[in-house]
Design a protein around this ligand. Structure first.
Ligand code: SR1
Ligand code: MG
Length: 414
């Protein structure tokens, strides 16, 4: 039997049989007393859909037990040159445990985490669907705006100095300093879409447009440089850090937010902005395939996410505020206005980096028709620029929604 007291990569996509043997033995050892496995029918399968960074494997038996094992490799899956400290698995597990406290039931349960193999056992959410995949089929989720607004308001407010004892909060800031993962975000999101990079993935027919609108716009570069420095220096709340629709499991009445290895203390608007941008990618896809009802739902959802976040933030603020200076008249309104500005700014950077940067999104890249794909990319680029250059005017959901329509009209006219 394999020795689990010394690190090795247990989940190897090029060795499914060896992986199954190791992972079954590992799961039995780690879940002893928690899951009563039917050993004779246990299987371990590496799912075809995978993220960019880590390795996962689903273990199940014929008696209905199942679990996901997630392990960090020494390299990231997307690129051998891109490394990220291997303890990211420990931090992700600890963060999920914290988030389950702040937003109960909205993240997968952690059965165990292991600081030797840098692996964890996580609730199997196969009865849910990855939201991005579901939206590629133009499925709508009427409760999503409410659910994600609740998740963000709770995790972002309850991890902040508004609510937490400042010494405890600083301990979390220290724990979740993740230089490698932050470096990925600082470069991939907050630099390369503007200054250019060999690893950018620019759709060839859109090269001149990208050159003009993103690479040559110095006013935009200045606005993004400010957003980059805010990201690097403002430890507002413990973010998910990569809150896109591929990080959300969904079914009609429930969501589970997962994959928080980019979690760190940074500006609240980064999470909120990311989710808005990813709803725009879903809209782009709906538009390309003539799914009008789906597109309207995406726009309604963008508007509702912002408005419900504002409403929930304000309500929870009054319940949870402990910092005396945060109770001073006017501070609550000032702080929320800053969050909304950041939301617009970081929605803009996510729109840009997923369109021209290293990690694109299938919502856009699977649009086969060239003209329709160009339209989608230009909507993203124009909406993103509007959000970034006019941050202060995005004070409610309607403004975020209308910018998308305005960008679509502008993109159709170029
Ligand atoms: C190197 S990783 C590329 C992207 O995938 C992750 O999901 C993050 O979004 C990261 O920026
Ligand atoms: Mg991820």
């Amino acid at each position: 039997m394999a020795d689990f007291t010394k690190y090795f990569l247990m989940i190897r996509e090029d060795d499914p049989e060896g992986t199954a043997k190791d992972i079954i033995a590992y799961t039995l050892e780690k879940t002893k007393g928690q899951i009563d496995w039917d050993k004779s029918t246990m299987k371990a399968v590496i799912p075809s859909a995978h993220g960019n960074i880590n390795h996962v494997c689903r273990v199940s038996d014929d008696k209905g037990h199942s679990i996901y094992i997630k392990q960090a490799g020494l390299e990231t899956r997307i690129s051998k040159d891109m490394t990220a400290s291997i303890d990211r698995n420990t931090l992700e597990s600890e963060m999920l445990i914290l988030e389950d406290k702040w937003a109960p039931g909205m993240v997968p349960k952690i059965y165990f985490y292991d600081t030797t193999m840098y692996a964890c056992g996580m609730e199997d959410c196969s009865d849910y669907e990855v939201m991005r995949d579901a939206m590629l089929k133009h499925r709508t989720f009427p409760k999503f705006a409410e659910q994600i607004a609740e998740f963000m308001a709770r995790t972002l407010l309850l991890s902040s100095d508004i609510a937490m004892d400042h010494r405890e909060k600083k301990k979390l800031v220290q724990k979740f300093i993740t230089p490698d993962l932050c470096d990925i975000t600082e470069k991939l999101v907050l630099m390369e879409p503007y200054l250019g990079a060999d690893r950018n993935n620019v759709y060839a027919p859109n090269e001149d447009f990208v050159e003009k609108e993103l690479y040559s716009d110095e006013k935009l570069h200045l606005a993004v440089s400010k957003l980059k420095f805010r990201f690097m220096t403002d430890a507002q709340s413990l973010l998910h850090g990569d809150l896109h629709t591929g990080s959300i499991f969904i079914k009609d009445d429930s969501i589970k937010v997962f994959d928080c290895e980019f979690g760190t203390y940074a500006p609240i608007g980064y999470d909120v902005g990311n989710i808005i941008a990813n709803m725009i990618f879903a809209y782009d896809n709906g538009l390309a395939y003539g799914a009008d009802e789906f597109c309207n739902w995406c726009l309604d959802t963008i508007e509702q996410i912002v408005d419900l976040f504002i409403e929930k933030w304000k309500g929870l603020y009054d319940e949870a505020v402990t910092e005396p200076m945060a109770k001073v008249n006017g501070f609550k309104e000032y702080y929320l206005a800053e969050i909304l500005k950041d939301t617009a700014g970081y929605a803009g950077t996510e729109l840009h980096r997923r369109t021209v940067g290293m990690a694109n999104v299938v919502d856009v890249t699977t649009i086969e028709d060239e003209k329709k794909r160009l339209l989608a990319e230009r909507i993203n680029i124009f909406t993103g620029k509007d959000y970034i250059l006019n941050q202060a005017s995005f004070t409610n959901g309607k403004a975020f929604r209308e910018a998308v329509i305005k960008a679509k009209d502008k993109a159709l006219s170029v």
